[in-house]
Design a protein around this ligand. Structure first.
Ligand code: KG4
Ligand code: ZN
Length: 335
């Protein structure tokens, strides 16, 4: 079957056409219009500007996705759309556009959870991947450890209690003068820097839990930078990026290990924009090799927000009988 998917939960407007037949999943098109250049001027995503930019882009992006896939709306079997979580105004643009398209063309409409979508991106590249598995979702807005027992059965077993992992990368980057979003540049700087130069606190919450707290780590790094700046001392951005990244990866590996022990799961799936981080990928590869766990990493091209991942999860939601009608609403929250 052919699914047209639409994603507009944050600062990327995306539409994709994907084909599913049994276990075969193929991306026929995956068009992404990023608003990063606009939001860069403000050092972060401005929700109202994001909503307006989605309005401008969504129709053109959708028809481009159909054209690149070489199909028309008549060929589409179902329309999937991100309905939660995300910026409410941004989500509403995609949800209302998808509702109108589905209603006018008499197609089934499938609401898809954005976090589930990030995880499902892995199905395109790992033919053998099947639940049950343990997923780590690491993005700009979310950080969760999720027990995936079926294609549509999810249980969050750990989460951040404050900032998301990507948010911490971006905020530290901003204080060091990097343009928004700083995550990718932090990755590059960390490769050059000395990861033992500064000792930063862990983001793994102490105790018998699977939660993170990135706010304390972020504040510790920012205080370190402010202290040095106030004293007129120079600092190495590379060393700070490397030391911060080491604190992050060590914390993630620690809680992931505890989650494996707690759930007994041995297949590990990584997802979300921060899954593109080369140091995190290396640390996870090392950890999984030592513990003899099977690691599934998405290609960098499918780590960030895109509509193909929404189509992938949409397919399984469709098989499970999930449908929405014109009363579908967007929701800012939700696992
Ligand atoms: O999944 P995503 O595109 O959007 C959300 O759903 O939040 O993730 C975006 C986040 C941003 O915080 C960005 O800085 C971060 O992913 N990111 C990275 C890297 N590439 C993107 N963080 C660290 N290292 C990277 N290489
Ligand atoms: Zn995302």
């Amino acid at each position: 079957m052919l699914i047209l998917a639409i994603e507009s939960s944050c600062d990327e407007t995306s539409a994709a056409v994907c084909e599913f037949n049994g276990d075969s999943r193929v991306i026929r098109s995956n068009i992404i219009a990023s608003q990063i250049e606009t939001h860069k001027l403000y050092g972060g995503v401005v929700p109202e500007i994001a909503s307006r930019a989605h309005c401008d882009a969504i129709s053109g992006i959708t028809y481009e996705a159909l054209e690149v896939a070489g199909v028309t709306l008549a060929d589409i079997d179902a329309i999937a759309v991100t309905s939660n979580p995300g910026l409410i105004g941004a989500l509403l643009v995609g949800v209302n556009f998808a509702k109108a398209l589905a209603f006018a063309n008499n197609k089934p409409l499938i609401p898809v959870n954005h976090i589930r979508g990030h995880i499902a991106a892995n199905y395109f590249v790992h033919a053998d991947l099947k639940p049950p598995f343990l997923a780590l979702v690491a993005s700009g807005g979310h950080t969760s450890l999720i027990k995936v027992t079926g294609y549509t059965d999810f249980e969050t077993v750990g989460r951040t209690r404050d900032d998301a992992i990507g948010e911490a990368f971006d905020k530290v980057g901003r204080v060091m003068g990097l343009p928004y979003p700083g995550g990718a540049e932090m990755d590059r700087l960390a490769t050059i820097g000395d990861s033992t130069a500064v000792k930063f606190p862990s983001a793994a919450v102490v105790g018998d839990n699977l939660d993170f707290s990135f706010s304390g780590l972020k504040t510790a790094v920012i205080n370190h930078l402010h202290n040095l700046t106030q004293k007129g001392e120079e600092y190495s951005r590379e060393d700070v990026a490397a030391s911060f990244t080491r604190a992050v990866t060590t914390s993630v590996v620690k809680k992931l290990g505890m989650a494996c022990d707690a759930t007994g799961l041995r297949d590990i799936v990584i997802a979300g924009g921060v899954a593109a981080n080369s140091h995190l990928r290396a640390a996870l590869e090392d950890f999984c090799q030592k513990r003899k766990l099977k690691l599934y990493l998405p290609p960098r091209s499918l780590c960030g927000d895109n509509a193909a991942m929404i189509a992938a999860q949409g397919y399984y939601e469709y098989l499970a009988g999930v449908r929405a009608d014109t009363s579908l609403n967007a929701k800012a929250t939700g696992k």
